[in-house]
Each structure stands twice: as C-alpha cells, then as structure tokens.
Design a protein. Structure first.
Length: 264
C-alpha cells in the first residue's frame, strides 16, 4: 500500500497532463491542487499529446523549459510519460512529490479510452515511480461549453478522501466528472472499467491535391452497459472513480496455463 497522506497541506504535489502547457484544464487543476497544498509543481508537455498513451521518447533528447521557475512551472518537449519521468527523477529529485495529479483532461477517459489516454499514462508513470497518482477528466458534449466548474467543485474533497485512505502500489485512480452542472451531479460511484472501443470510425477523404488520406474519427457510441461501470455512472450523471491496476497479468488464465497447459 501507498502510505496515506492525512494532511495534504504538507504534501508536495506534481501536476501533469496530456493537453499540454496551454490545455484549458491545466489552470483548473492548478486551482484544485492549491486548495490542497501550497507546494505545487507543474511539469507538462510543451504541446498537446492526446492519445499518446504510455509512450516514452527514445530517439531524440528531451529539453525542459523553465516557463515560470517561481511558480515551479515547466514544459517538456515530449509526452506525458516523459514529463512525469523527468519531473520526478530530474526536476524534483531533491524531494520527490507525495502525490501526482494528471488532468483535468478535456473529455472523457472511460472504458477502453484509458489504454490510449496520455492523461491516464501520466498517472501510470507516477505510480510506476512509486508515487500515488490520480487522473482526472471532465466529460463534455461537442459544441457545448466544458463544465470545468464541476471538476473544480468536487475534486478537492474526492482527492482528500482517497489519499487519506491510501491504495495499492500497483493502482492508479481514474476519475471522470459528468457533463452536468455541480448541483445536478447525482453522486460519486466507485466503478469498474467499462467497454467501449474508440478509433473505429475511419473517415476517408482526399486533400486539395487529390491524394487520399484517412482521419481517425469519433468513438463508437454503443457499449455493453456493464452494471457498475464507469460508463454507466457517467450516463446516470454521477462522478466515476475507478481504480486501475497496472499489473496486466490475468490471474485466471495464468493459473490455467500453469496447471493444465504447461504443468511440469
């Protein structure tokens, strides 16, 4: 188990994201974090990295830009994973953070989205480096204003409760806020990961020179409706809190293979 953090006012908090230095949810998360502690550091990708997943930059050197050292604000010309890795092992090496917060993402990170999400990947990297980590996303509807006030209203109390309790060292927390005003949210639910595949809606077009191209389109709207899932919670107007395990081993299949297929 990670040690609980009963007094967040004494904690050092690292913020990262995948929407980049100018992502609209970054200032929201900074305000959230500063309600919890005065020791807040921000290390984010220089540009938007949505869909980057848990990718590392291996084939060119990375640069860290001191955007505002007085405010502990830095930008990395790499991925969300790069940002958290450099933050913890380089920028903050003299005293590592007690908590990593990633987001607030502009858009949902639900169901199978999490395997592509740079927001979740930043929290995953924090977890792998031994720091309790939370990813946060604000659901919105295309064409409508993003209800950042909902994440900002609920996040501080949820974070306090989570870190006061603590959780396993192979686990990160994934929080999604529904596309509702704060007063219309129906509650907070602890959920499992639903099923919904993104990226299947391929759009085939031709550019002005007549050359074909393919654009990965929107996610499918259908899903399995699995009871207790993050998708169900959001559809019913609730905040979804999902513990995600970074140990991808499937234990039932492991046991079957050991006992029946490759038994010695």
């Amino acid at each position: 188990m990670f040690d609980s953090v009963p007094d967040l006012s004494r904690a050092r908090i690292l913020i990262s994201n995948d929407d980049g230095l100018h992502g609209p949810g970054l200032q929201v998360l900074i305000r959230i974090a500063r309600q919890l502690s005065n020791d807040v550091w921000v290390v984010v990708p220089e540009t938007e990295q949505s869909g980057a997943g848990h990718s590392l930059t291996l084939h060119h050197p990375l640069r860290i830009r001191d955007v505002d050292p007085d405010q502990h604000l830095y930008a990395v010309d790499g991925t969300p994973t790069d940002s958290v890795l450099l933050a913890i092992n380089a920028i903050m090496k003299d005293r590592k953070p007690d908590l990593v917060l990633s987001g607030v993402n502009r858009g949902a990170n639900l169901a199978d989205d999490v395997t592509y999400s740079g927001t979740v990947a930043a929290a995953m990297e924090g977890t792998l480096l031994g720091v309790p980590s939370i990813a946060m996303s604000q659901v919105f509807t295309n064409g409508d204003p993003v209800r950042w006030e909902t994440a900002e209203h609920f996040a501080p109390d949820i974070i306090r409760k989570l870190v006061a309790h603590g959780w396993g060292r192979n686990v990160l927390m994934n929080i999604n806020f529904p596309d509702l005003a704060p007063e219309d949210v129906t509650g907070i639910r602890v959920t499992n990961q639903g099923r919904r595949k993104i990226g299947d809606g391929l759009i085939e077009r031709h550019d002005p020179r007549g050359r074909p191209y393919i654009w990965i389109g929107p996610q499918r709207s259908e899903h399995t409706g699995r009871p207790g899932s993050d998708l169900e919670a959001i559809e019913q107007g609730a905040i979804s809190v999902t513990p995600l395990c970074i140990d991808l081993t499937e234990q039932e299949t492991l046991a079957t293979l050991q006992q029946k297929v490759f038994a010695s």
